[in-house]
Design a binder for this molecule. Structure first.
Ligand code: TRP
Ligand code: ZN
Length: 881
């Protein structure tokens, strides 16, 4: 662990590499504690006179070093665990052979070569390759790799690396064997991967659009093969979709996915050899929920799509991370929209964006989509880079239109294939195909913070015009006190009293509004539409065309009209959310000041209409029924947050809805029950989503009949979605049925780690005083372990991120517990520890008592020694004034 003060890296300090590495040959002899790596690197100078050669390392032990075949004398180089320097290298191409010894079993950070259970695997993004060998470990060094792996046959019968298999066999006279893999596509070191272990697998085949046959493999723990089929199907659909939607074909003879049980993140797009957290691969009806299936499909697609957006074209430096991540998230979102319901996908993505990115953007960890400085790159795999990064790509598409967008993507692939590039290179492609100037748009990449847009609508009967006066403001964020106005594409509609869209024609010149999108560029501007008899109801930011907050002078009646009739499904949902949020926010205030809470017949009526409308897509109806979460309400309130008051207001409203909508909820529940076998497709999932949303609301005021219904559904369920939904509903009520079901669940699934994660997670989110003590007990449960990131995230992560009232306990004990767990974890896995600590990022928005407790815990963690760079960076930025 490095405990010295971490240095900052700045975008403005970028310098092209002084040396290139053209080919890399790795010879890896796998051993549990002494793996030997022989790297043969072909260097070419990029500058004259030749610069000193400074290679990155991290916890490395050098065993030997040769230059052009001769052992390098000790005075010619200097090697430490984290650096290898040759001050005076030959001013010409030369070959270095570097031998290092590494201990994969001691690698608890899960970066570099490590062991997940008994399997050897690697994780090199962002800076893990330097934990395998000394290297120019930066993404603009692209080389052709050949990897030879050898291992005990009994220990690792399967040996995999990037590219195509070229050779393999037994090593005569020994119990060892080897495999040689060659990847013809130049790639950065962060995309290197190898795997060795006893693995089962399933195999398939894919014929590309141009007729090439590709072998597909999904490797899993032996015995888990039957759980890999859904992932394989999702892979094939992803491959076909990328051909159809983006003209992108796969390029190697084989594509492999390996599922491992210990992984810091979701999955990794290593060229030809994607490595996955097994929770994003393994699924059958009885172990995975519909949401799990949907996430697996999305993550499989995401990693596959990286083959072109990330691997073939990569990032020049880590500041450009959104170049591959934002774009690839956009691509996987589009894939899911085409596979499932587009409006529902948009709603769920915006929910995530607001819950994660808007929160990040409004607190001390706010940063631009393309940051300009970092101390630890691992801390920048954030909602801002990923989710807001995807929104920026979506806005580019909205601005240039679908045809120029596709042409711009084609140009990007043609122009930059095989290169490590920047955001400017990417955006320039759309400037050219769209004929637009993106100078001002680039501010989106540089300015942090969520823009606020206020809209005032006025109607003038005399001139039959409707004007929208629009102003945008950019909030201050850390290091960015003042900002410039942004280019904001707002998709809009004006609805007449029957809820129909009026034609939009500019009053001054009679021009129709193109594609229904107005484009803001100034701090304040007014758009006037003509030929409008009566005051219309504006539908603003349709489809969430821009990632902004909107405030408009809409009445409750306007919102009800939008909720019932808006042709834009996203805004129908948004209107219900806005109604509910206004009511909840008002009632939080009432509860805190001891005033009687309000009711809103309009909201009840809107939801009644939803339940009565049998033509509505069930999945969409389920979204309409979901009230803003406690975290959503906290975000809307924004300051002086009291999670207990929020919980009380929300519980009250849910109870009211249960009573008022009881009959309709029961009818819809019954209507959504299907007999016939479970299938994870979108249609079946949508019906279950609506059914389970009804169940949860029905039980909201704890009536015995509804609790009994949940208990029955738990027992009779033939799939994990229904079983888990019933259990989640029971979890909210202190009834005997809850404990009985939890005990039953553990007995049923104790041999199934991914399902037991659900059991831990659910108990950590119970909104009751006793929860913390129970979580403490669970952290001593035989099935709990700090060594598995999924388990840690399930118990500690869920408590810190998904239990608003208990993490934010008034006495500070929730904060103390999480801080202690993070400190424990930091010694073993800094990346996961740092991420867990971001649960404190909204501490300044809390009411004073809780704020003080949270700050004290942040300071306590900050003062602890030793502390990883990762955790120190998060804590110091969280506390910065
Ligand atoms: N590039 C991965 C993705 O698809 C993210 C990732 C996986 C990652 N493992 C990591 C990032 C470890 C940092 C560290 O999004
Ligand atoms: Zn990614």
């Amino acid at each position: 662990m490095r405990s010295e003060q971490p240095r900052s890296v700045r975008l403005s300090d970028y310098h092209p590499p002084r040396w290139r590495i053209e080919t890399v040959k790795l010879d890896v002899a796998l051993d549990a504690t002494r793996t030997r790596v022989l790297a043969t690197l072909a260097f070419v100078p990029n500058e004259t006179p030749a610069a000193p050669l400074v290679l990155d390392g991290d916890e490395l032990t050098l065993a030997s070093i040769r230059l052009d075949g001769f052992e390098l004398p000790a005075e010619r180089y200097e090697a430490t665990p984290d650096r290898l320097v040759i001050a005076d290298p030959p001013p010409r191409p030369f070959v270095l052979e570097i031998e290092t010894i590494i201990d994969p079993s001691a690698n608890t950070q899960l970066m570099g070569l490590y062991r997940a259970g008994d399997t050897y695997c690697t994780q090199c993004e962002a800076e893990g390759f330097r934990r395998i060998t000394y290297f120019l470990d930066r993404p603009d060094i692209m080389a052709v790799y050949t990897t030879r792996i050898e291992a005990e046959k009994a220990e690792a019968p399967v040996l995999l690396a990037n590219g195509n298999l070229v050779e393999g066999g037994d090593i005569e006279g020994t119990s060892r064997h080897f495999a040689v893999w060659h990847d013809p596509f130049p790639k950065p070191s962060y995309l290197f991967a190898l795997v060795g272990g006893r693995l089962g697998g399933i195999e398939d085949n894919f014929v590309t659009a141009s007729g090439r046959s590709v072998k597909l493999m999904v490797f899993v723990e032996p015995g888990q093969e039957k759980r890999a089929h859904y992932a394989m199907e999702a892979l094939k659909r992803s491959m076909r979709w990328d051909e159809e939607a983006f003209g992108r074909e796969y390029d190697l003879d084989i594509f492999m996915i390996v599922a491992v049980s210990a992984f810091n993140m979701g999955a990794m797009e290593n060229k030809g050899l994607n490595i996955f957290n097994d929770k994003y691969v393994l699924a059958t009806a009885d172990t995975a929920t519909d949401a799990d299936f949907a996430r697996i499909e999305a993550v499989i697609a995401h990693e596959y799509f990286h083959n072109w957006t990330g691997d073939r074209i990569t990032c020049r430096d880590w500041f450009q991370l959104c170049l591959k991540e934002g774009l690839t998230v956009f691509r996987d979102q589009e894939f899911t929209s085409d596979q499932r319901s587009r409006p529902v996908k948009r709603i769920t993505d915006v929910r995530v964006l607001r819950a994660q990115q808007f929160v990040e953007d409004s607190g001390p960890l706010a940063h631009p989509v393309r940051p300009e400085v970092y101390r630890e790159i691992n801390n920048f795999y954030t909602a801002t880079v990923y989710e807001k990064g995807a929104e920026l790509v979506r806005m580019i598409k909205t601005l240039v239109g679908p045809t120029a967008f596709r042409a711009g993507m084609d140009l990007y692939f043609a122009r930059h294939d095989g290169q490590a590039v920047t955001i400017e290179d990417f955006v320039r492609c759309f400037a050219e195909t769209g004929g637009l100037d993106f100078e001002q748009f680039m501010r989106w990449y540089r300015q942090a913070g969520t823009p606020e847009v206020t809209v005032t609508i006025r109607h003038d009967a005399a001139t039959r015009t409707c004007s929208l006066e629009i102003a945008q403001t950019q909030p201050a964020t850390p290091g960015q006190p003042v900002k410039e106005p942004l280019v904001i594409p707002l998709a809009i509609g004006l609805l007449d009293a029957d809820g129909r869209d009026l034609p939009l024609v500019f009053a001054d010149d009679g021009r129709p509004l193109e594609r229904g999108v107005i484009v803001l560029t100034k701090p304040a501007e007014t758009f006037v539409f003509g030929g409008i008899e009566a005051r219309p109801v504006p539908s603003l930011n349709r489809g969430f065309s821009a990632p902004v907050k909107i405030a408009a002078n809409l009445t409750t009646a306007d919102l009800r009209l939008l909720a019932a009739h808006d042709g834009d499904a996203f805004n129908r949902w948004q209107a219900v959310q806005t109604l509910a949020s206004a009511l909840l926010t008002a009632n939080v205030g009432a509860i805190r000041t001891g005033k009687p809470p309000q009711q809103d017949r309009g909201l009840v009526a809107a939801l009644e209409t939803v339940l009565g409308d049998t033509a509505l897509e069930p999945d969409f109806a389920a979204q309409m029924l979901a009230l803003p979460s406690e975290a959503d309400i906290a975000r809307d309130i924004g300051r002086d947050v009291d999670p207990d008051a929020i919980f009380a207001a929300r519980r009250r409203l849910r109870g009211e809805l249960a009573r008022e909508l009881g009959t309709a909820l029961r009818d819809t529940y019954r209507r959504m029950v299907t007999d016939g076998p479970y299938s994870p497709d979108a249609e079946g999932a949508g019906r279950r989503a609506l059914k389970n949303a009804c169940l949860d609301l029905l039980a909201a005021d704890g009536t015995p009949a509804a609790i009994a219904l949940a208990a029955r559904q738990y027992q009779n369920a033939d799939n994990m979605t229904d079983r888990m939904a019933a259990l989640s509903t029971l979890a909210l009520h202190p009834v005997p049925e809850r404990q009985a079901a939890l005990d039953d669940f553990y007995r049923r699934y104790q041999r199934d780690p991914l399902v037991i994660d659900k059991w831990f997670a659910l108990q950590a989110t119970i909104p009751e005083e006793s929860c913390l003590e129970h979580v403490r007990e669970l952290s001593r449960h035989q099935a709990f372990s700090l060594t598995n990131p999924n388990r840690v995230r399930a118990l500690i992560g869920s408590f810190a991120q998904a239990n608003q009232t208990q993490f934010n306990r008034l006495d500070g004990a929730g904060y103390r517990f999480v801080a202690d767990a993070v400190l424990d974890l930091d010694a073993r896995n800094p990346q996961v520890a740092a991420r867990m600590m971001t649960a404190f990022r909204s501490w300044r928005a809390l009411e004073p008592g809780r704020r003080e407790c949270a700050e004290a815990e942040l300071r306590r963690v900050g003062a602890a020694t030793p502390l990883s760079n990762d955790l120190r960076d998060i804590v110091e930025r969280s506390l910065a004034p």
